[in-house]
Design a protein around this ligand. Structure first.
Ligand code: UDP
Length: 492
């Protein structure tokens, strides 16, 4: 019997934190599941994707990014290149204009088994429905964060709480105490005003709820309670296929002259028997000049070795104030894009001061490095809570007023950095992260939960598409509460 070839179309959102895990998913589909893969992106994002997948047979289709959008600087096609994150809504609105190009290209492709679209591209639901292709959604969030967001919205908890920092209990998880500040302000607007942010949230929600399923970068044993809760009470069905970073090829030790300077520096620290704190706040966080100065004081006063990667728009901050010269024996500041996985996997790196973007959390766990969480926006506050309270693989920085969004003074930073690197709590977290990291490897190995889930997902979509061939009509894919996708019959 001929085996149906599988052809998956993937369309990542144009930000590094959303694109990187989708590229790892492409790798899994190509190399472990024998699928063919087409990745859609835009012209300026193509080189990054092509370089990441240069050893694979993935096809890449680059569509033009809309030009002359009021407010958007020309040539900016990725959110990490936006001059300010306040332009995020303008950027996402501009992506709608890619739709006709996407549909034209989609029409010309060989039969597509399913589309994996980023949740931030809600308009792809219409395209998928037009060509009768099941759409799976990827947000890059944990089941924990998804379930908590669902709970606070469904039970109006953010609307009924007065203060931004007053803790409240989550309805279905009463032992969890959260504050309004753990969520983005758009979620707690009592006046329910229509803003570009709230419209975008609603569009995503509607498109997701009418999609076949959610692909989640996590694994069952990391958060069984939250995955089970989601699949029993929410929709569409979540399929946990991660950690996706483990699909990347293992690190190869390069000749010293081919290594970037910061890796050579880490090698020196390893040779000196020193452990290093890696510091990075992802590709989007914006740190104020005052907070930046306070970090420097905290690091200077602490005794730890550190490697600090700063973002492009922070790279001018404090240049020439003598900080780097004063700490040069034990600290290095990098102003370039680095291979974060390579750094985390380096033997000398024994701690990660992180904004708790979900990719960074998973990459740290997989590298068995404990985390000092300093969340700043989006799902990061919920992730930091999970790191400390549920997984127990890290600690959290202290803010001066106890608010999760409060300013971090150097004293609080120094204290928690030292606790992570040399204290008892850091030791416990280091022990625990080894255990959790080991479970992550098992999940993606042949026969592991994530490995099986991806197989089951592919089989289920293939079977439901075969049934469709037998004559059932459909106009879109809708969710069923707590279960997999099903087709919606055309209303007569
Ligand atoms: N990253 C990297 N090099 C850098 C900065 C970031 O490789 O210099 C990667 C990092 O490993 C992670 C992603 O970019 O895979 C950032 O995703 P995350 O969810 O941690 O944070 P976000 O940038 O979305 O806030």
């Amino acid at each position: 019997m001929a085996i149906d070839p599988i052809h998956v179309v993937l369309f990542p959102f144009m930000s590094k934190g959303h694109t990187i895990p989708i590229l790892s998913l492409s790798r899994l589909l190509l190399l472990r599941h024998g699928s063919s893969v087409t990745i859609f992106t835009t012209t300026a994002n193509r080189p990054f994707i092509a370089a990441s997948l240069s050893d694979t047979a993935a096809s890449i289709i680059a569509l033009p990014f809309p030009d002359n959008i009021p407010g958007l600087p020309s040539g900016v096609e990725s959110t990490d290149k936006l001059p300010s994150i306040s332009l995020f809504s303008t950027f996402t609105a501009a992506t709608n204009l890619i739709k006709p190009h996407f549909e034209k290209a989609l029409q010309a492709l060989p039969k597509v088994t399913f589309i994996v679209s980023d949740g931030f591209l809600p308009w792809t639901l219409q395209s998928a429905s037009k060509f009768r292709i099941p759409r799976l959604v990827f947000y890059g969030m944990s089941n924990h964060a998804m379930s908590l967001c669902h709970d606070v919205i469904a039970n109006r908890l953010l609307l009924e709480t007065e203060s931004d920092d007053e803790p409240f209990s989550v309805t279905n998880f009463p032992w969890i105490k959260l504050t309004k500040n753990d969520f983005e302000p758009v979620m707690s607007d009592r006046n329910q005003q229509e803003t570009p942010e709230s419209d975008f949230l609603m569009e995503q929600f509607l498109a997701t709820s009418r999609s076949y399923g959610l692909i989640v970068n996590s694994f069952y044993n990391l958060e069984p309670l939250y995955l089970d809760h989601w699949n029993r009470n929410c929709a569409p069905k979540a399929w946990c296929v991660g950690p996706l970073c483990l699909a990347e090829p293992p690190r190869v030790e390069l000749e010293p002259h081919r290594k970037p300077p910061w890796v050579r520096w880490l090698d020196q620290k390893r040779a000196q028997g020193c452990s290093v704190l890696y510091i990075a706040f992802g590709s989007q966080a914006e740190i104020s000049p005052e907070q930046f100065s306070e970090i420097k004081i905290g690091l200077e006063k602490s005794e730890v070795n550190f490697l600090w990667v700063v973002r492009r728009n922070e790279s001018e901050l404090g240049v020439g104030d003598g900080f780097e010269e004063r700490v040069k024996e034990r600290g290095m500041v990098v102003r370039e894009w680095v291979n974060q996985r390579e750094i985390l996997e380096h033997e000398s790196v024994q701690g990660f001061l992180s904004h708790c973007g979900w990719n960074s959390v998973l990459e740290s766990i997989c590298a068995k490095v404990p985390i000092l969480g300093w969340p700043m926006m989006a799902d990061q506050h919920l992730n930091a809570r999970m790191v400390v309270e549920e997984m127990k693989v890290g600690l959290r920085v202290e803010t001066w007023n106890g608010s999760v969004r409060g300013f971090v003074k150097w004293e609080g930073l120094k204290k928690t950095v030292e606790e992570l690197m040399v204290g008892e709590m850091g030791k416990e977290a280091r022990k625990k992260v080894k255990e959790v990291g080991g479970a992550a490897v098992k999940a993606v190995e042949e026969g592991g939960s994530s490995w099986r889930t991806l197989h089951e997902l592919i089989d289920e979509v293939k079977t439901s598409r075969k049934k469709k061939k037998k004559g059932e009509e459909e106009e879109g894919w809708v969710c069923r509460s707590g279960g997999g996708g099903r087709r919606r019959k055309k209303e007569k």
